[in-house]
Design a protein around this ligand. Structure first.
Ligand code: NDP
Ligand code: MG
Length: 384
């Protein structure tokens, strides 16, 4: 039996992780759960999965949750201290990191330092602090197993010597606005951007998929997870999201992983690895399917090139890219900025950052803070 904790249990990945737990027939047990403020769903999850520890980051919500579950033998905590305790909870073997944003960084590092494996959905953490996170995993002998469907596909397709990998080909659906030009994109509203053609996901990653910033972050995620150079990571548009990514080897052989667009498969594999379990959530039937491919459109979707630039520069710049993007996505969702302003602002914050080495947590958190504050200042200036 595998004992897990879930950071972000009430979200899209978190709830699907708990579905995988339910269908695992006792092979997975939940020790600890954490979310931001969703009291009623957290209460339901506690009653169903009986964890020993639950956290709501929001203090008021945690107090109310505590009152609601006082009939149960469970510890309720709050804030960053609570998240850190979920991350290092004794007996836990694997921490599923499914919070959204770089708030996941400190708990991920704490989990690795206490020897836990990570089932990683929270890509922002790896973008912000890839070198530090991978070094911490290595020095503590921990595995980081990708949940992100593209990286799970690469992980599943990777055999043998990394030096035989010619390139990683990350597939991208292109999002809801594939084929649109700037004139059309200028009028995009949050409602339009939240409707992804293939996946039903949380708000932040849905906006990132629309701007293609999601694929941009995934380029940096792949670089750190698999240790390949940026020159060897390519993006290919594949609107049907059936091929989840591929590896081209030096002899020209291309190995891919296919499946329906359903996150329960990569989540389950991250928890069953190195085994495969006999649960097929969503069978894929290929007959009659039309799989198409295209080059990315760098003119109308400039995020990919920005990611290559920030990634190659390295140091604190990927953390800044991620933080500025988080601020912009939330400002766009709150209708404080327009769709195309997200690109302009993220680009400006990145170009004005004084890059330094990202070799410790303090430097990374400083860069992340600077980017958030400066991006917010730029948004305020635009409103005047
Ligand atoms: P959601 O927005 O659906 O869920 C986010 C989860 O994080 C919720 O449980 C939320 O709690 C919790 N949370 C947010 N802030 C905090 C905090 N400060 N402390 C504790 N918990 C917090 O996001 P997704 O599930 O879509 O995405 C999660 C991560 O997985 C992201 O990094 C995303 O990029 C990645 N991912 C997601 C995919 C998907 O299909 N959804 C696919 C691949 C990767 P509450 O509900 O209380 O607000
Ligand atoms: Mg993905």
């Amino acid at each position: 039996m595998k004992i897990i904790s879930v950071l972000g249990s009430t979200g899209s990945i978190g709830t699907q992780t708990l579905e995988v737990v339910e269908t695992s027939q006792g092979k997975i047990q939940v020790q600890a759960l954490a979310a931001f403020a969703n009291i009623s769903l957290m209460e339901q999850q506690i009653r169903k999965f009986r964890p020993k520890l639950a956290v709501l980051y929001d203090h008021k919500a945690a107090t109310e949750l505590k009152a609601r579950v006082k009939d149960l033998p469970i510890k309720i905590l709050t804030g960053m201290d609570g998240l850190l305790e979920v991350a290092v909870s004794p007996e836990v073997e694997t921490v599923v990191t499914a919070v959204s944003g770089s708030i996941g960084l400190r708990p991920t590092l704490a989990a690795l330092e206490s020897g836990k494996n990570i089932a990683l959905a929270n890509k922002e953490t790896l973008v912000a602090a890839g070198e530090l996170v991978m070094a911490t995993a290595n020095s503590n002998g921990c595995l980081i197993i990708p949940v992100d469907s593209e990286h799970s596909a690469i992980f599943q397709s990777l055999h043998g010597d990394l030096r035989t990998v010619k390139k990683i080909i990350l597939t991208a659906s292109g999002g809801p606005f594939w084929g649109w030009d700037r004139a059309k994109l200028a009028a995009v509203t949050p409602e339009m951007a939240l409707k992804h053609p293939n996946w039903n996901m949380g708000a932040k990653i849905s906006i990132d998929s629309a701007t293609m910033m999601n694929k941009a972050l995934e380029i940096i995620e792949a670089r750190f997870l698999f240790g390949v150079n940026y020159e060897n990571i390519e993006v290919l548009i594949h609107p049907q999201s059936i091929i989840h990514s591929m590896i081209e080897y030096i002899d020209g052989s291309i190995i891919a992983q296919l499946g329906m667009p359903d996150m329960r498969l990569p989540i389950q594999y991250a928890l069953s690895y190195p085994l495969r379990w006999d649960v097929n959530f969503n069978p894929l039937s290929l007959a009659g399917k039309n799989l198409t491919f295209a080059e990315p459109d760098h003119h109308n979707f400039p995020s990919l090139n920005l990611a290559y630039k920030c990634g190659k520069s390295g140091g604190t710049l990927p953390a800044v890219l991620n933080a500025a993007n988080e601020v912009c996505v939330h400002a766009f969702l709150a209708r404080r900025i327009k769709y195309l302003e997200m690109y302009e602002l993220v680009e400006q914050v990145c170009s004005e950052h004084q890059v330094s080495a990202a070799d410790n947590l303090a430097k990374i958190l400083n860069a992340d803070n600077w980017a958030r504050e400066y991006c917010e200042e730029l948004i305020q200036r635009r409103k005047k």
